[in-house]
Design a protein around this ligand. Sequence first.
Ligand SMILES: *Cc1c(COP(=O)(O)O)cnc(C)c1O
Length: 392
Amino acid sequence: MSKIDWIQQEIDGLKSQGLYNNIRTIGSPQGAWLTVDGKKVLNFCSNNYLGLANHPALVAAAKKSLDEMGVGPAAVRSIAGTMTLHTELEKRLAQFKGVEAAITFQSGFTANLAIIPVLVGKEDVIFSDRLNHASIIDGARLSGAKIIPYEHNDVKSLEDQIKANLSQYRRALIITDGVFSMDGDIAPLPDIYEVAKKYDILLMVDDAHGEGVLGKGGRGIVDHFGLHGKVDVEVGTMSKAFGVVGGIVAGKAVIIEWLRQRGRPFLFSSAVTVPDAAACLAAVDLLEDSTQLVDKLWENAKYFKAEMKTLGFNTGVTETPITPVMLGEAPLAQQFSRELFDAGVFAMALGFPTVPQGKARIRVMISAAHAKDDLDKGLEAFKTVGKKLGVI
Ligand SMILES: *Cc1c(COP(=O)(O)O)cnc(C)c1O
């Protein structure tokens, strides 16, 4: 036995359980149609909600910035890597979201690793929705605070946990995803806010799937619920609807200032590149100019979800353009995905540990880039495969 044999055994185990990640390679720009492993297919699985990942305005802004400012920031933000584009982007994001200040990170994942440990530590407690994103869980673990999960989107469970535990800790933080990425449901943020206020606890929402999707012109979940000034910390990403890459933390100026002093991914890892920042700025311009893309996204999502229900699919509890097609066991979901691919539709199967055991699904991500005809082609493929596999 070699000392790495166990790894191959684990990988073989994943394969036999239908849990192995088969990673497809995209050979074209992002959009409604993709070349995947050499085949042209309808794209039903990227987070390119608004079609910005290959938008001419973003591409032009990135090119211009390359000519003017070069490629890389060449240092961490706190030493010599803060360029005018970074500060401009942060100013514009704060205005867009209607908050005092914002700070950007390399990704949404690192934004969570930065913010949670600067707010709470070993003597503190985090009340965390049971289905929160992996990056929240990792950021929470990194903080050293006690993590107390509450039942998903269950404000009574949250309050019960607070009542039972709060007094044993110095400070507390409530964290919830805004939109839950596997089911597409939305956190009951107004009710969570009332609880946070009642017990005087910091409130943080990770709006990765709400940024550019929820609220007026994509201003996010806080705007969606009209909670401006009430949520202490909004985390977001520019890797999804914004079509580029990068993370955001937005909120009170003092919290953002504290992050610039103590956020470890800010202090010890370099910033996003010049063209990334320029493309993100162009995305903010587009969203501020018009709500057209966000409106198209919702129109497409409503149409697709209604038609899927009519066909007899179970699309779970979604309230957003995320459309889970619930299939149960992982091997069925994987087979469904393969059959769809053969029919020209790229929609990935998700199984454990991304979703709970027995809740495997295909997750369809609707985009403003889809034409109605694209959606109809997709629906036709779902109908054919669904009948063939006895799902509908
Ligand atoms: C996708 C996602 C992230 C990570 O964002 P990246 O910018 O891709 O790192 C963080 N939190 C939530 C809730 C997400 O859905």
